[in-house]
Design a protein around this ligand. Sequence first.
Ligand SMILES: Cc1cc2nc3c(=O)[nH]c(=O)nc-3n(C[C@H](O)[C@H](O)[C@H](O)COP(=O)(O)OP(=O)(O)OC[C@H]3O[C@@H](n4cnc5c(N)ncnc54)[C@H](O)[C@@H]3O)c2cc1C
Length: 310
Amino acid sequence: MISLTSDLREEFLAAAAPGRVRFDEPMRLHTTFHIGGPAQIWVEPADAQELRQLLQIAQGAALSVTLVSGGANLLVRDEGIPGLVIHLGAPGFQGVDRTDDGAVRAGAGLPLEWLIRRAKEDGLSGLEFLAGVPGRLGGAVRMNAGTHDDEGNNHSISDVIRSVTVMELDGQIRTIPREEIGFGYRTSDLPGRIVLESELLLTPDAPERIAQRVKRLWEFKRKTQDWTAPSVGCIFKNPPAHSAGRLIDQAGLKGFRIGGAAISSIHANFMMNVRQARAADVFGLIEEARSRVRRISGVELELEVQVAPV
Ligand SMILES: Cc1cc2nc3c(=O)[nH]c(=O)nc-3n(C[C@H](O)[C@H](O)[C@H](O)COP(=O)(O)OP(=O)(O)OC[C@H]3O[C@@H](n4cnc5c(N)ncnc54)[C@H](O)[C@@H]3O)c2cc1C
């Protein structure tokens, strides 16, 4: 980790409004897992201009850059994250409006729950499947968040994306059409770019019908997922033609515990922070699940959760 001189600290502090730059910020406060060591420099820029300035300082000092939105898919190591950790939660990244041809333009900092509610109020359908997916739009776009519904249909956010506007690490802003983004199953080729906003193509529908669908999906989520303790949702991707949860269950690991972390006894692809877990406890569970599933089923499990630093 590069140590910060007092001049560099002052440079960061001067580049943003008071309170928007913090040092050694505990990441457990910013992840749904409530796990993680400190972020060396935690910044919450007010707008794109401030973001660009902070990036310039980071680049000049050869610091690494990590993005955190809702922290709902992040496992932060106990050692913490060196360099600049950027959170786009300020109102400057939470705009929402309509383009001339009716698309919804939404800021990366908008919480998904808020966006779903707003779309419903405006009589716009297409985001209901995200009900019960925690996090913000920037993280959801980067992860291509999605789910299968109670009828077994798969949806992901890229289905409704028309374009994504990003800032490159050199501060340049560009808008990328959906076809050029390389969306896949819980992935995109957006790492190394900062999602600022996205244009979404939604379809008109009656708010009551949208509300019913949201309610049904929420109930489905509540029934099938484990919400009894902090988690990051599914730890592993589903391997082709398999369910990661079923494979871990077949390996006899439901309820298996290391330190303060446990494999959920409700949904075996969820790992829960049952008692002040450390990231090391979760990595222990990940290794155990991988090796037992490999031995019993011959399947290699791939992480869905993002580990920071990589
Ligand atoms: C109880 C529970 C249930 C869940 N259920 C689902 C589910 O059904 N389906 C599903 O897909 N996910 C699910 N998740 C995981 C999580 O909600 C999604 O992955 C969500 O999209 C993460 O969004 P976030 O804002 O929290 O992203 P974060 O966790 O903050 O970040 C995720 C990744 O995106 C990067 N990132 C964040 N913001 C930006 C940005 N502005 N620009 C570029 N990169 C960025 C981060 O560096 C990181 O690599 C669940 C999580 C929980 C806790």
